[in-house]
Write a protein that binds this ligand. Structure first.
Ligand SMILES: Nc1ncnc2c1ncn2[C@@H]1O[C@H](COP(=O)(O)OP(=O)(O)OP(=O)(O)O)[C@@H](O)[C@H]1O
Ligand SMILES: [Mg+2]
Length: 373
């Protein structure tokens, strides 16, 4: 089996590093302070939080994880959230259902059985009921179920998506209620860093100053290099420090892409010579570009001609998009027009503004553009 894994959350033997970050997340949450964890896409936020929640669970906290990416209405939130919360309570489902019928307005809770015959919590709406009341009661549910001896920790992943629910009203309701929760601590995480940061550091927003902000950086390059060497060597595959560093730097040290390229290399060499050379790194990247080229072409063809020009310039100008030489070489217009194009890329998640640098969220897409535009 491929020892490298890419996609969503990784855990167990697929997870490496992040010791310091893990301790910080755990210490903040177990100390009862709310935390915002932000980083660009695919840096490993969800995996880190997953690990933190597992460990906090072992320390006696009740933990809940909710992904706002999958939530497109407040009704879905009510359903998913109440289910996630109820499933964490150890008392019998019948007992808790009875309790919930008393404290949540607007719904009739029932016990149903899933395909394996395991009892599950479900509910039906009371017709004509006030859904905002139900929402409030569901948000307060963890606090009601918790106690000073049984504290809860709740993680909201891709939290910036909340603004797509009912504009800012959902955000306001959530904030106004959870600020009174004494035995529940909240962790907010997300990949749209500018949106998430704005929610917590803009004075006019409901969550202003309500949590500590923590930025998750990439994994240290040396640690990733050592990890690659170790993992390949477990498979009796040799990779030198230099080649491993070449791989890591090629993909801008973004954890997801390190794993993606390494997995591709493993597939290529496992039955062959078992030595990874630089050219095999390039070969793996090339085959990933091919694999994703339909998607990349679609993404590119959606852009206006001017935006294509800016993308092209971003992908291969070394001295910055606003440098005189770049403007001349790519025949760019006024800086304000270029800025507008970049703002669209940032909104669409193609480009990340990180430490004042403009970076491609997907370094392989950058290589695709370099080759094809
Ligand atoms: N600590 C880690 N150890 C090994 N691989 C990791 C680690 N962190 C991230 N990865 C790699 O990155 C991929 C994405 O991780 P994860 O989903 O946790 O990131 P994310 O920041 O939540 O991403 P997204 O922005 O897409 O939600 C994983 O599937 C894995 O390949
Ligand atoms: Mg994630």
């Amino acid at each position: 089996m491929n020892p490298f894994k890419y996609g969503n959350i990784v855990s167990g033997k697929f997870f490496y590093n992040r010791k310091v970050e893990l301790e910080r997340v755990k210490a903040t949450l177990s100390g009862g302070n709310n935390l915002v964890l932000y980083a660009p896409r695919r840096y490993g936020k969800s995996s880190l939080v997953n690990k933190a929640l597992i460990e906090l669970g072992k320390e006696g906290f009740i933990t809940v994880y909710i992904d706002f990416m999958a939530i497109y209405s407040s009704e879905i939130f009510i359903r998913n959230y109440s289910n996630a919360v109820v499933s964490k309570k150890k008392s019998s489902i019948e007992k808790i259902t009875k309790y919930i019928s008393k404290i949540i307005r607007g719904i009739v809770p029932t016990v149903s059985f899933n395909q394996s015959g395991v009892p599950e919590f479900s509910f039906s709406w009371i017709e004509g009921s006030n859904k905002e009341e139900t929402l409030e009661d569901v948000i307060n549910l963890p606090e009601k179920l918790s106690s000073s001896k049984e504290k809860w920790i709740i993680a909201f992943d891709e939290f910036q998506e909340i603004t797509k629910l009912n504009g800012e009203s959902f955000e306001k309701i959530l904030r106004s209620l959870i600020q009174h929760h004494k035995n529940v601590t909240y962790l907010f995480l997300g990949s749209r860093t500018h949106l998430l940061k704005d929610m917590f550091s803009n004075r006019n927003r409901a969550f202003y100053n309500s949590a500590m902000l923590m930025n998750l950086d990439k994994i240290n390059i040396d640690d990733s290099v050592n990890y690659l060497i170790r993992k390949f060597s477990n498979e009796k595959i040799k990779i030198s420090k230099e080649v491993a560093a070449y791989l890591v730097n090629k993909v801008n040290a973004i954890p997801y892409f390190i794993q993606f390229v390494a997995a591709e290399i493993w597939q290529d060499v496992i039955t062959k010579n078992k030595v990874v050379e630089k050219r095999l790194v390039d070969k793996a990247i090339k085959s990933i570009i091919e694999l994703k080229s339909d998607y990349y072409w679609e993404l590119t063809s959606k852009q206006t001609n001017y935006r294509k020009k800016v993308l092209h310039a971003l992908s291969c100008s070394n001295n910055g998009i606003y440098a005189k030489e770049t403007i001349k070489k790519f025949n760019l217009g006024a800086n304000s027009t270029t800025q507008k194009a970049i703002a669209t890329f940032i909104d669409d998640g193609i480009i990340e503004k990180y430490n004042n640098e403009l970076l491609f969220s997907d370094p392989i897409y950058k290589m695709f553009l370099e080759e094809n535009l």
